[in-house]
Design a protein around this ligand. Structure first.
Ligand code: CTP
Ligand code: CA
Length: 226
């Protein structure tokens, strides 16, 4: 079959994908989260599985069905996502971090629902760990792909993330460009590689964008094995 032979090099490749938002609890009824739908990460996982990769999808809370043929690990918080990713990092060949991980979480989480009182309330926030940056420091053979969600200065911020996170590819995503970003079924991406290549993926379905991103990841992986 043509498609199968075209993607033969994906067979048996261990791919870990993260997707969706994280959810950072304040109390049993309240949390902080973000606008990520998980669609881009799920499209990557699904397309890679169709190509024959051995896919593990680490997902924050989303309302999407489990893609066929992937191992799904559901998490809530940034800390849970960190633990799930760290557990499976050593045995991964390629890691694609499409998740929109919270940068801050409430410093205290309460066991009981906080009752409202007269006057204002402020919640103290603390930083979460940067999962991708930690992987960048710990990597041995793994190919690392991150995303950059930006509202301005897309190119300079993305290039900076390639360096600071020590990844092979940053997929830069303008979350304000029409048809692009968090909620819809389409996306426009620009891939920045650590070798200085710039690959533009014009506005298309998230499925097709996923395929093109996987093509670039595979070419970096192939080179790393050569
Ligand atoms: N990321 C991560 N862990 C975090 C925050 C981000 O692994 N705690 C990953 C995301 O999954 C993404 C990449 O880092 O692949 C870039 O995320 P982004 O939010 O664009 O960048 P940040 O480094 O968090 O910087 P900022 O939000 O300030 O732009
Ligand atoms: Ca961030």
């Amino acid at each position: 079959h043509f498609m199968k032979s075209a993607h033969r090099e994906w067979h048996g490749v261990k791919l870990m994908v993260t997707a969706g938002p994280t959810r950072e609890k304040i109390d049993p009824v309240r949390f902080f989260t973000n606008r990520s739908s998980g669609k881009m990460g799920y499209a990557i996982a699904e397309e890679a599985a169709a190509r024959g990769a051995d896919v593990t999808l680490i997902s924050g809370p989303v309302s999407l069905p489990k893609p066929q043929g992937v191992t799904l690990v559901q998490v809530e918080s940034a800390a849970e996502m960190f633990a799930a990713v760290a557990d499976r990092f050593q045995q991964s060949d390629i890691v694609i971090k499409a998740a929109a991980v919270a940068d801050y979480r409430p410093k205290h989480t309460y066991e009981q629902k906080i009752k409202k009182q007269d006057g204002d309330w402020s919640v103290e926030m603390e930083r979460t760990s940067d999962i991708l940056k930690t992987l960048g420091k710990k990597r041995t053979h793994q190919i690392l792909v991150g995303f950059a969600a930006e509202t301005e200065n897309l190119e300079s911020n993305a290039k900076q993330k390639v360096e600071s996170k020590r990844v092979d590819i940053i997929a830069a995503n303008s979350i304000t460009a029409p048809g692009s970003g968090f909620q819809g079924d389409t996306n426009e991406l620009t891939l920045y590689t650590k070798d200085g290549d710039v690959i533009h993926i014009p506005l298309t379905s998230k499925k097709e964008a996923a395929g093109k991103l996987l093509d670039t990841a595979m070419s970096v992986y192939r080179k790393s094995k050569a």
